[in-house]
Design a protein around this ligand. Structure first.
Ligand SMILES: NC(=O)c1ccc[n+]([C@@H]2O[C@H](COP(=O)([O-])OP(=O)(O)OC[C@H]3O[C@@H](n4cnc5c(N)ncnc54)[C@H](OP(=O)(O)O)[C@@H]3O)[C@@H](O)[C@H]2O)c1
Length: 235
């Protein structure tokens, strides 16, 4: 495993981390900033300058305009499991349309709007990455435990949106690699209330593994859903 960075990108590459104040987002930002081959890493968050609020497309558009091209690596590390005090549903009877809609807004629509505004900043020639943090529970094929309706459905939608965009984006950016990534169970605020005694990776270790995974992907892999070991996950 490399210490940090994306050695397959051009020398002096520019990276953007959205959600740079979160557990994983901060770790991505730190590791990219520590890569001597990285020319610039820009962290965006609700309180950054410019601010980026996932539910306000105008802030996403303004942030993309402020950042400008080229963006050789985009990492969307935002997300939420508990929203407005509503944790994951254990039973169908707990399904609340407002919570379901809000889960989609944060975990699917928001990242897709980030891709909408930042994809044009990917270089037309040369290797680039656009990754979003998804979750294994978004896999329908891997779902044997049930529960967590809204979060699962929103992450499945994110995977579909990213996959569909990859098919379109490869026409203009043939060497771009789009991927949704499963970080494993990581010790962050998001998982705190639900982790129990399960072993968890540190954000630093998870970010390093995911950067390694991303770095090893080829344009033919674009649109896929990968775990932190580089394995393809079932849809
Ligand atoms: N941790 C795990 O074990 C695990 C496992 C599987 C998948 N994931 C996924 O990994 C991603 C990162 O999770 P994490 O563990 O690092 O969580 P985290 O520490 O809670 O970070 C989530 C980040 O998302 C940002 N965010 C939430 N709502 C937003 C909004 N409306 N607009 C802009 N930013 C918003 C938060 O911003 P503020 O700081 O402003 O609140 C925060 O920086 C998520 O997509 C999560 O689903 C995590």
């Amino acid at each position: 495993m490399s210490e940090a960075g994306l050695p397959s990108l051009r020398e002096g590459y520019r990276a953007v981390v959205v959600g740079a104040r979160g557990g994983l987002g901060r770790a991505f930002h730190e590791q990219l900033a520590a890569d001597p081959r990285c020319g610039e890493v820009i962290g965006l968050a609700r309180d950054s300058g410019p601010p980026l609020e996932l539910t306000d497309e105008a802030t996403i558009a303004a942030a993309a305009q402020a950042v400008g091209a080229p963006v050789d690596c985009l990492i969307v590390a935002t997300g939420a499991l508990t929203l407005d005090g509503h944790g994951p549903e254990k039973a169908l009877g707990r399904l609340d349309p407002a919570v379901l809609a809000r889960q989609f807004a944060i975990n699917a629509t928001g990242p897709a709007l980030v891709l909408k505004h930042f994809a044009p900043l990917l270089p037309r020639q040369g290797r680039s990455f656009a990754a979003a943090l998804s979750a294994r529970v978004g896999s329908i094929g891997d779902n044997r435990a049930g529960g967590w309706y809204s979060y699962r459905a929103a992450k499945a939608a994110l995977n579909q949106l990213w996959h569909t965009a990859a098919l379109e984006i490869r026409r203009r950016h043939p060497e771009a690699v789009l991927a949704t990534l499963q970080p494993g169970t990581v010790d962050t605020d998001l998982t705190g209330p639900y982790r129990g005694n399960r072993p968890a990776l540190s954000p630093r270790a998870a970010a390093a593994l995911l950067l390694d995974t991303l770095n090893g992907l080829e344009p033919a892999d674009s649109g896929g859903f990968f775990d932190f070991s580089g394995n393809t996950l079932p849809w």
